[in-house]
Design a protein around this ligand. Structure first.
Ligand code: ADP
Ligand code: MG
Ligand code: ZN
Length: 502
C-alpha cells in the first residue's frame, strides 16, 4: 500500500466523527434512581424502569441535562430551547425495553465548532495547497459540530466461551444491566476533518473540554468515551463526497489516528485499482494494524422513531440555561492564554499544562508556592520532568523548580533528586544538601577556577579567539571538572565568555 503522504497528494480524505460520552460523574441513571456504577456486582443496579417493565414511568435526570447543555456551551453550540425524547426501536437483549430513548431531529444543543491548532509533524499530513499555513507550517482548522444529543447507554454484553470476548464463536452471552440507562451524550461532527492528525486532535480537545467540565472521566480505554470514525476519499478538486466506511473499536487517540491512516490508504488502493468502496462498518485490529469488515449496510435501518409519549417535551428556561453557563469553568484555550499572558510561558508548554484539569490544578498550586519568577522554570519541570515520576507532591515540584531557577542544581541533578523523593514526603532541599549537590554561584570562587582553566588551555583559548565558538563547551567542561561538579555550568559559561571577549 502507498504511504499516507503520497495518497493525500492525489486524494482528499473526508472524515466525520461520532463520539459517545458516558456522564460517569453523575450519581444516578438517565431515567431512574439506580446507582451509576459499573463496578458493582452484575445486575445489582437495576429497577423496573431501566429494565423496561410495562407501566414503569421514566423521569429525566436534570443533572444530565445540565451536563449536556454545559457540553454544548463549551463547544460553541446553540442551546435549543424546545426538544424532546424519541424512541428508537430495535430488538437486542442489551436493551430490555426494545427501544432506546434518544433525541429526534432537534437535539439539546446544535451547530457548534471546535478550532484546532495543528502544528509540528502532524501538520505535514495536510498538503499545503489545501489550507493557509503559517511560516512554521502550523494552521488552524475549524471543525463544525452538527449536534450533541442526549440518550441512554445499553447493557454490557459479555460473550464467553469464544475468542477475545467476540460474539463469533462464543457459546454464551452474559448480560449486565448495570450500564443500561447510563446517561450518554452523542456528538456528531460535520465531515470537516481532512487528516488523521486533525481527527486525533479533535478527540483530544473534546476529551480535555469534557474533563474540564467534569461531566465524565472520558476514558477511551474503559469505553466511557467511544469514537466511531467515518471516512471517505475523493479526488482532489471533486466536490461530491465518496462512499464512506465507519470504523469502530477505537480505544486510544493513537488508534484513532492509525486506523484512519490505514483506512485512507486501503480505500485509495481499492479506488486506484478501479474497485468500489462499500458502505460498511469495519473493526480496527490494533495488534494487526488493519481494519476488517464487521457488517455491510444494505438498506437504511428502520428504527420507527417517534416521540416518547412517556416524556413531556422540554422547554428550557433562560434561568436554566444561564445556570448551566455559569457552571462552565475556564476552558483549556482560555487557560492557555492566561498562562502565556501571566507568566510568559511558551505556547506549547501552556497548551500542555492547560489541557488536563488535574495537571493544571497541580501546576497552579505549585506556582502559588514558587512565586511568579520561578514559574517558567516550573512549567519546564512540569512538562519535561514530572511525567516520568509516579507520585510527586506540589511541595516537591515547587522546591525543585526553585532550586533550578536559582541555578543551585542542574537539570540532570534535579532528575536524580526527584528519583529519591518520588512517592515519599522527602524534601528535595535536604537531598541536595545531603549529597553535596548544591552548586556554587560564588563569583569569586568560580572566577578563580575559570582563570586557572584559561591559564592552562591556551590552545583552546586561541581557537576561540580565531572564531571557533564551540570550544566554549569544552572549557565549561574543564571548569566543571576542576570544581568537582560543584560549580554552576551557566555561571562558568558566562564568566568564560566575559573573559574571552575582553
Ligand atoms: P449515517 O446515516 O451512516 O450514520 P450520517 O449522515 O449520520 O451517516 O453521518 C455520520 C457521520 O459520518 C457524521 O460525522 C458525518 O459527518 C460523517 N459523514 C457523512 N458523510 C460522510 C462521507 N461521505 N465521508 C466521510 N464522513 C461522512
Ligand atoms: Mg449516524
Ligand atoms: Zn433503574
Amino acid at each position: 500500500m502507498k504511504k499516507l503522504a503520497e495518497v493525500l497528494r492525489d486524494w482528499e480524505a473526508v472524515i466525520g466523527l461520532e463520539v459517545h460520552t458516558e456522564l460517569t460523574t453523575l450519581e444516578t441513571k438517565m431515567f431512574c434512581n439506580c446507582r451509576l456504577s459499573h463496578d458493582d456486582d452484575p445486575n445489582a443496579n437495576v429497577c423496573p424502569i431501566c429494565l423496561g417493565m410495562p407501566g414503569a414511568l421514566p423521569v429525566p435526570n436534570e443533572k444530565a441535562i445540565e451536563s449536556i447543555v454545559m457540553a454544548g456551551i463549551a463547544t460553541n453550540c446553540e442551546v435549543m430551547r424546545h426538544s424532546m425524547f424519541y424512541r428508537k426501536h430495535y430488538f437486542y437483549p442489551d436493551m430490555a425495553k426494545n427501544f432506546q430513548t434518544t433525541q429526534g431531529p432537534v437535539a439539546f444543543v446544535m451547530h457548534g465548532h471546535l478550532d484546532l491548532e495543528v502544528s509540528g509533524q502532524g501538520a505535514k499530513e495536510r498538503p499545503d495547497s489545501t489550507v493557509e499555513k503559517a511560516q512554521d507550517g502550523s494552521y488552524v482548522a475549524s471543525i463544525r459540530i452538527l449536534r450533541i444529543h442526549m440518550e441512554e447507554d445499553a447493557a454490557k454484553m459479555n460473550h464467553v466461551g469464544g475468542a477475545e470476548g467476540r460474539i463469533g464463536g462464543a457459546s454464551e452471552s452474559l448480560i449486565d444491566y448495570n450500564r443500561c440507562g447510563t446517561p450518554l451524550i452523542e456528538l456528531v461532527t460535520e465531515p470537516d476533518l481532512r487528516t488523521p492528525e486533525e481527527a486525533r486532535l479533535f478527540m483530544e480537545k473534546l476529551r480535555q473540554t469534557f474533563l474540564t467540565l467534569g461531566i465524565s472521566d472520558c476514558s477511551l480505554e474503559s469505553g466511557s468515551m467511544r469514537c466511531d470514525g467515518n471516512i471517505s476519499l475523493r479526488r482532489r478538486g471533486e466536490t461530491r463526497f465518496g462512499t464512506k466506511t465507519e470504523m469502530k473499536n477505537i480505544n486510544s487517540l493513537k488508534s484513532l489516528h492509525d486506523a484512519l491512516e490505514y483506512e485512507i490508504c486501503r480505500q485509495a488502493e481499492v479506488l486506484e485499482e478501479g474497485g468500489i468502496v462499500y458502505q460498511e462498518t469495519r473493526h480496527w485490529e490494533p495488534s494487526r494494524r488493519r481494519t476488517v469488515v464487521m457488517r455491510v449496510k444494505e438498506t437504511a435501518d428502520d428504527y420507527r422513531m417517534y416521540p416518547d409519549p412517556d416524556l413531556a417535551p422540554f422547554d428550557l428556561s433562560d434561568e436554566f440555561v444561564e445556570r448551566c453557563r455559569a457552571r462552565v469553568p475556564e476552558l483549556p484555550d482560555a487557560k492557555r492564554d492566561r498562562y502565556v499572558a501571566t507568566w510568559g510561558l511558551r505556547r506549547s508548554d501552556a497548551t500542555q499544562l492547560a489541557g488536563d484539569p488535574a495537571v493544571a490544578r497541580f501546576f497552579e498550586d505549585a506556582a502559588d508556592v514558587t512565586g511568579a519568577k520561578v514559574v517558567p522554570t516550573l512549567a519546564n519541570v512540569m512538562v519535561n520532568l514530572v511525567p516520568s515520576f509516579k507520585a510527586l507532591t506540589v511541595a516537591q515540584v515547587a522546591s525543585i523548580s526553585s532550586l533550578l531557577a536559582a541555578d543551585a542544581i542542574t537539570f540532570a541533578q534535579a532528575r536524580e533528586v526527584l528519583e529519591v523523593v518520588d512517592g515519599t514526603e522527602g524534601d528535595p532541599e535536604r537531598v541536595v544538601d545531603e549529597r553535596g549537590m548544591r552548586q556554587s554561584t560564588d563569583t569569586d570562587a568560580l572566577g578563580a577556577i575559570v582563570d586557572e582553566v584559561l591559564g592552562r588551555c591556551t590552545a583552546q583559548v586561541q581557537q576561540y579567539r580565531d572564531g571557533n565558538r564551540k570550544v566554549l563547551g569544552f572549557l565549561v567542561g574543564q571548569c566543571m571538572k576542576a570544581s568537582k561538579g560543584s560549580g554552576n555550568p551557566k555561571m562558568f559559561n558566562q564568566l568564560l565568555a566575559q573573559r574571552l571577549e575582553a
